[in-house]
Design a protein. Structure first.
Length: 496
């Protein structure tokens, strides 16, 4: 994906650079681990879809400061020459572990883990959050639209309402991951190798002497399967009869056609259109609709039995609709002390949901015979920090709520747990090839199918369990007590 921000490490917040200079001056460029996770699902939903990893890895691999960037930073009179020389040579050299794009994900579990020195991990924070948050929001929204349509054909029509060029391209990519069949965005089609779709605008119809003439001209130029926009003047009394007249000739020649509605009562109008088409023997003629659609509108139309073959969804899908942002955050999970020891890190808050889960973590997905039942955060061992014991198939364990309160459950492991975080980048270089969007979309749909429908419904979805091991819970409580002064306010002691 072409993006000018790929070429410059200035795509970061100013305070990241001021902290980076501070770390540099204090000789604190020691090993650290940051994790990106989110705190709640958008759209009051019961699931989210992870997206944006491909562009993130591409941008991390190219993350550097040009001579022009360094000149700009020098003009701010805020940074020392030695630090600017350091930035001029800077390249991201860390490791990235992440979930597979298209995986169904839940709050509190790390989606991306960045390991490197403290400066490089800090500098890429904005890039990680900007890329993953937006695309995960749009992929989640599209998946909700796709599920509401009961697996129908979704056309992404959002280019003209998206937030700028990058917003439009990123939304196209994410919508395909979420289940869209194609896009109206021609550049998106070229960049991502996805199907481009579209019909005609009202201006085409208005530019001719009559609707019949407009439809006939379009069918002459595009005879394979033209779709006529029939609501320019009078849907049922003008647009539909003219489409039928031209469409009969197309069918006589062995082709087919469709109609699209972009206004009005879509249930009533599509029902009347279907009746009229069937009455004329045009049973294979298709009906497409657009006009400010979202998952709630589509679900209602499906429940009413509206005879709709495809859905053109734009504004409310590519902008996030009712939710403007994904709630992803990026927090320090572990760091190296001056003595060279890795210790777990924790952020403590009066709000238990904002107190982070310490240490480097892996996410295990647990299963029963019918599907996924729980995700468990386990301590992933690195130098100086022991990992959790292996969770074994056939044994029974107690897992705890991630807020470290009294809530817990006990379950038998009936299938081998699936680790969700895998290595994607090492020493600043990608160790996995770029996946085509069709493959990522296939993974999304397979991941959605792993969960009971109660987690995926739009209204009052069932809450999927994300838990922590007893070992991680005990570590968290120990660190909280240390920070709250029960050990003299000295902070965390030795790692687990």
């Amino acid at each position: 994906m072409r993006d000018s921000t790929v070429q410059t490490a200035l795509f970061t917040d100013f305070y990241e650079l001021t902290m980076a200079q501070g770390y540099w001056k204090k000789n604190m460029a020691r090993k650290s681990v940051f994790e990106m996770f989110f705190r709640k699902h958008p759209f009051q939903g019961g699931f989210s879809v992870f997206a944006g990893l491909g562009p993130l890895l591409e941008k991390l691999a190219a993350f550097s400061f040009s001579a022009d960037d360094i000149a700009y930073l020098r003009s701010l009179s805020f940074f020392e020459d030695g630090f600017l020389d350091y930035l001029a040579r800077f390249r991201f050299s860390g490791a990235v572990h992440a979930m597979e794009e298209g995986t169904v994900v839940f709050p509190q579990e790390p989606l991306v883990r960045i390991t490197g020195d403290l400066i490089e991990c800090q500098l890429v924070e904005g890039l990680v959050l900007n890329t993953i948050n937006f695309q995960s929001l749009i992929a989640t929204k599209t998946a909700r639209v796709y599920l509401a349509s009961q697996g129908g054909l979704i056309m992404e029509f959002g280019l003209r309402r998206a937030q700028g060029v990058d917003g439009a391209l990123s939304a196209t990519r994410a919508s395909i991951i979420g289940g869209a069949a194609g896009t109206s965005n021609v550049l998106g089609g070229k960049e991502f190798g996805v199907k481009v779709m579209g019909t005609m605008a009202h201006s085409w119809v208005m530019a001719f002497g009559s609707e019949e003439e407009a439809f006939a001209a379009y069918a002459e130029i595009y005879p394979q399967h033209p779709v006529f926009l029939i609501d320019t003047f009078d849907t049922l009394n003008a647009g539909l009869p003219n489409a039928i007249k031209v469409g009969k000739e197309i069918v006589r020649r062995g082709g087919n056609f469709g109609v699209r509605l972009d206004s009005g009562d879509l249930y009533y109008l599509t029902s009347e259109v279907r009746k009229a088409l069937d009455k004329e023997g045009l049973h294979k003629a298709t009906i497409a609709v657009s006009n400010d659609l979202d998952e709630d509108v589509i679900e209602a139309l499906m429940q009413q039995g509206a005879p709709i073959n495809s859905w053109g969804v734009g504004t409310r899908m590519v902008t996030g609709g009712s939710d403007a942002a994904f709630t992803g955050v990026y927090k320090l999970a572990a760091f190296e002390t001056p003595a060279g020891q890795m210790i777990p890190a924790i952020k403590v808050s009066d709000n238990p949901e904002k107190t982070t889960n310490p240490a480097v973590k892996q996410v295990l997905r647990l299963w029963d015979n019918e599907g996924a039942v729980c995700d468990v955060l386990v301590i992933d061992g690195i130098d100086g920090i022991d990992g959790d014991e292996e969770i074994r198939e056939g044994e029974t364990y107690t897992f705890w709520h991630p807020s470290a309160d009294y809530r817990h459950f006990r379950t038998a492991i009936v299938k081998k747990p699936e680790p969700l975080l895998t290595l994607k980048m090492e020493n600043g270089k990608m160790v996995v090839g770029e996946k085509p969007l069709a493959a990522i979309q296939k993974h999304t749909l397979a991941s959605l199918a792993e969960f009971d429908d109660t987690y995926k419904r739009n209204l009052n979805p069932h809450i999927y369990k994300v838990s922590v091991t007893e070992n991680l819970r005990d570590l968290k409580l120990r660190l909280i007590k240390g920070y709250l002064g029960e050990r003299g306010g000295s902070g965390p002691e030795a790692p687990c």
